[in-house]
Design a protein around this ligand. Structure first.
Ligand SMILES: Nc1ncnc2c1ncn2[C@@H]1O[C@H](COP(=O)(O)OP(=O)(O)OP(=O)(O)O)[C@@H](O)[C@H]1O
Ligand SMILES: [Mg+2]
Length: 271
């Protein structure tokens, strides 16, 4: 489990993260949502150690990552896979070389085994016939798959993904979300995804953290979100009337389901 305790971070005079405490559930897809500029990327960078917090703690399984020196951080760093906002592939390397890169850096496997592992993860993200292509030659959705393949090639325990859907059409977005969710479940990874894609929120988040202007405004499950009366959260998620209507319908459905379950449970215990 990853836990954030009272994280503060400023750039100069500007306070970006204002006393953020939250929990990322183990083996689940955790979403950090919030408007552009609310601090999602900065928070993620603090979690993986790419940025130093000013104060507060990032705990991995109750161990304070922020207080560790570089040597102590190493095993946690090695257990982290990350996909940056915009994929960040190496343009001068082929798909295969991009995915191979972490193995070249951190594994002592033979070339043959590294190549085998690369093929395994490329198959897992269902990327076909693209091994020898360069990033400029593949679509945005394919680039995300390459980025995901590269992020999981070292078998991470923790996966951080910053805006997996930026620049993708809604359908491709759903496919990428499903892939991240499936990988999380299949490999029991603790995953953290930054997103402002509402489809992602409703479909794939197990645990959701809502950031507003550098503060954690709300935290809960994607079922709780339907019932939440937090005004800021509602204004953010269900911004349009259309989404407000859908929320009300979903709420009614869930309420009805609960009633039915209660009834069904009641009658079975009587029989
Ligand atoms: N290295 C930096 N130096 C100074 N200010 C920064 C730095 N990185 C981020 N900021 C500021 O921190 C704030 C939060 O930025 P951040 O990138 O975390 O937002 P975000 O929620 O990820 O937004 P988006 O949804 O657009 O990706 C912004 O005001 C940004 O200008
Ligand atoms: Mg961001």
């Amino acid at each position: 489990m990853i836990e954030l305790k009272n994280i503060r971070k400023s750039f100069g005079e500007k306070e970006i993260l204002k006393d953020v405490s939250a929990k990322m559930e183990a083996g689940k897809t955790n979403l950090i949502i919030g408007a552009s500029g609310s601090g999602k990327t900065v928070l993620m960078k603090c979690m993986v150690g790419l940025m130093q917090v000013d104060s507060g703690q990032v705990l991995y399984n109750n161990e304070d990552f922020t207080a560790m020196d570089d040597k102590e951080k190493k095993p946690i760093r090695q257990a982290i896979g990350m996909l940056f906002q915009g994929s960040a592939l190496f343009d001068s390397m082929t798909v295969e070389q991009n995915v191979m890169f972490p193995l070249d850096m951190f594994s002592d496997k033979s070339y043959r085994d590294r190549k085998k592992r690369v093929q395994e993860v490329l198959d897992r993200v269902q990327l076909k016939d693209a091994n020898k292509k360069y990033p400029a030659e593949i679509s945005g959705g394919m680039k995300k798959r390459v980025g995901i393949a590269r992020a999981i090639v070292l078998n991470p325990k923790y996966l951080f993904v910053d805006e997996p859907n930026s620049g993708l059409d809604p359908q491709t977005s759903l496919v990428i979300d499903k892939l991240i969710k499936d990988l999380t479940q299949d490999y029991k990874i603790t995953t953290v995804v930054n997103t402002h894609d509402m489809n992602t929120v409703m479909e794939s988040g197990d645990h959701i953290i809502y950031m507003h202007e550098g503060k954690k405004q709300w935290e809960g499950s994607n079922e709780d979100i339907i019932f939440s009366d937090d005004q800021l959260l509602n204004d953010f998620i269900f911004a349009s009337e259309f989404f407000q209507d859908i929320k009300e319908m979903r709420k009614m459905e869930m309420f009805r389901d609960k009633q039915w379950r209660k009834k069904a449970g009641g009658s079975s215990s009587n029989s």
